[in-house]
Each structure stands twice: as C-alpha cells, then as structure tokens.
Design a protein around this ligand. Structure first.
Ligand code: ATP
Ligand code: MG
Length: 329
C-alpha cells in the first residue's frame, strides 16, 4: 500500500483481471477459412481503454467473421484473442463477461415492451440492478417509450434498444456490427450521436461498418479489411494525409509518367484527359515540382486534391489495387 496525501492507494492487489488493464482487446494472427476461401487472414487488432476503433471493409471483407470469432461464436483456425487480459479462446465465458455486443440484426420479442425485452436480456446475463434499466434507456434516448411494444418501434428505436441491451451489464468493451444497417439518414445520425456520447463517457468501442462516413465521424482509428486482410490502418486524418492525390498538368505527359513511375513515394499514377493524378503524400509537392523542373518538364498546374475517406477506401480495397503495389492506370 502506498500513501499519498493521506489517501491509501492499492497497488498490485487483486486478481489479474481486477487490475486496470490498458489494453482491452488484443487479437493476433486471427485466421478463419471456409473450405478454400479465407474469410480472415492473420488479423491483428489492439484496442486500448476508451478508444473507438473502426473495422472497415466492403461486403464480404471478413468483419463479421472476425467479430464472431472474438465473441466465441465461430472457432478460429489460428490466432489468439485476449479480452482484458483473459484468453478468450480458453476461457470464453470469463472473457465475455465484460463484453457487450450487437451482431447482425438483433431480435426481440415483438409483443413485449421495450423494457420487458431488456428484462429478458438481463436474465440471460444473470440479472442486473433494477435502476440499470432506466439508466440504459436514458442513455439511448428511449426514456418514456419503454412501455410500448417493440412491434410498434421504428427500426432506429429497435437498434437503440439493442444497444441498451448490450450495455445492461456495464461492459468494458462494446462491439457493434453494422449498427446503422437498414436505418434512414435520421436514424443513422441518431446512432452516430449515441456512439459519440458513449465514447465521450469513456466507453471502449469496436465498430464494424462498411460505411466510411460513419467511421470517419466517430472513430479515433480505423483498420481497413479487404478480402480478409488488413490493407491499411491508422488515425483517420493521418491516413487521408498520406495518400492525397495531386493533380498535375505538364507539357510532356508521357515523359512525366516515365520519370514519375520511378519515384518510390508516388504510389499510383492515373491519367485523366491531360491531367496526371498522383497518389502521394501531399507534403512532397515541392519535391515533385523541383524534380519535374530538373528534368526539363514544364509544370502548368499542380494542385493537391483533398480526398474523402471514401476515395481512400475505394483505392485501398479496389480490385485493381494490390496492397503496397503501384502502377499506371
Ligand atoms: N458460415 C460461412 N460459411 C462459408 N463462408 C462464409 C461463412 N460466413 C462467412 N463466409 C464467407 O467469409 C467471407 C467474409 O464474410 P463476412 O460476413 O465476415 O464479411 P463482412 O465483412 O461482415 O461483410 P458484410 O459487410 O457483407 O457484412 C465472405 O466471403 C463470406 O462469404
Ligand atoms: Mg458483416
């Protein structure tokens, strides 16, 4: 025991999972094959307390399979999963005690009220204190509607009820698989607001989505999956800055292409009319212009185009792109 300002501070006491662990989820080498098809290949993820991580990828990329393995619903072919320091493949139940999740579309008893559906879910969790129902209903904005039958709820309200259900036992990790699936723009915005609110309260969240806008709005970090493999990961803003596109107009495009194809930091060169579009870090634009000048190529226009995560995403997950590869399109 250490005394600071007269207050006792406990250190190194309690069992391993009672101590505050900074890493809430750690996944390494996670792999799943269905026959000859590889759904997830060597996935590594690390999620720290309080972080909102987006797992992003087009349909069939392997997001749901990855989550299903984390939740013990699908058996991995290889890899390790650790939740709050507990090996989830060996001690599934203990590891999942601190996790709340919604995966694919959650189902409810339509003739029961919202709060009665929560009571059913709470039973499956071994019970929660009575006041917790009001807390989660308030958190997801369903206070006042909880006595209505779920059959009369809108899709957005059902989705919020599902999130309330996942939060009942105050999980340290919340996993959401496509939480805005099937919602209209208003419903999507509500879920986004809810995720931001939970994040602001320090909730650790793993959010799976094929919707870039959603991920860009709420996540600190993204991992982009394509055909089961991670093709990019990092801070959203940094990812975008690394791969901006520079539009270039020169007097001799064929010669410029020949020259620029040899430049290691130019990832991709596309030709659109008389413009060359280069995928490259925006901060190298002066270097680019100096290089062209040094080779006697006159530059008429050089403009950095800001990219949306959408364009970035299409670029890294598109069928024509091999990770790390480059080429002239
Ligand atoms: N039970 C299964 N049997 C055979 N193949 C499967 C099974 N589940 C998933 N797959 C395949 O694994 C790959 C990944 O699917 P998964 O559902 O994980 O993708 P996803 O990223 O969640 O896609 P979506 O955005 O459509 O939800 C796909 O090719 C899919 O067809
Ligand atoms: Mg899915």
């Amino acid at each position: 025991m250490v005394m600071t300002d007269g207050r006792a501070v406990l250190r190194g006491r309690g069992t391993r999972d009672e101590r505050v662990l900074d890493t809430v989820l750690r996944v390494e080498g996670l792999t799943k094959r269905y026959g000859r098809r590889v759904a997830v290949q060597g996935l590594a993820l690390k999620l720290r307390r309080g972080e909102v991580l987006g797992l992003l990828g087009p349909n069939g990329a392997g997001k749901t399979t990855a989550i299903a393995m984390i939740l013990g619903l699908v058996r991995p072919d290889a890899g390790t999963i650790e939740i709050l320091g507990v090996d989830a493949t060996r001690e599934r139940e203990r590891a999942l005690r601190r996790v709340g999740a919604i995966i694919e579309s959650p189902s409810f008893y339509p003739y029961l009220s919202g709060i009665d559906n929560l009571r059913v879910l709470a039973l499956a969790r071994g019970g929660v204190p009575e006041r917790r129902f009001a807390e989660v209903l308030e958190l997801v904005g369903l206070t006042g509607r909880e006595r209505e039958r779920v059959s009369s709820y809108s899709l957005g309200m059902r989705q919020r009820l599902a999130i309330a259900g996942a939060l009942l036992h105050q999980p340290e990790l919340l996993i959401l698989d496509e939480p805005t699936n099937g919602l209209d723009p208003q419903g999507m915005a509500e879920i986004r607001q809810l995720i931001l609110r939970l994040a602001a309260e320090g909730q650790t969240i793993l959010l799976c989505s094929h919707l870039l806008y959603e991920v860009q709005q709420v996540c600190d970090r993204v991992v982009i999956l394509s055909q089961g493999q991670v093709v990019a990961e990092g801070d959203v803003e940094e990812l975008l800055a690394q791969r901006t596109r520079t539009a270039l107009r020169v007097d001799d495009p064929p010669r410029a292409i020949e020259l620029l194809s040899e430049v290691e930091w130019i990832e991709r060169i596309e030709q659109e009319g008389d413009l060359l579009l280069l995928t490259m870090p925006s901060e190298r634009q002066f270097e680019l212009s100096a290089l062209l000048h040094a080779h006697g190529i006159a530059v008429g226009e050089l403009r950095v185009q800001s990219r949306t995560l959408e364009e970035f995403f299409l670029d890294v997950t598109g069928p024509s792109t091999t990770p790390g590869g480059r080429g002239v399109a």
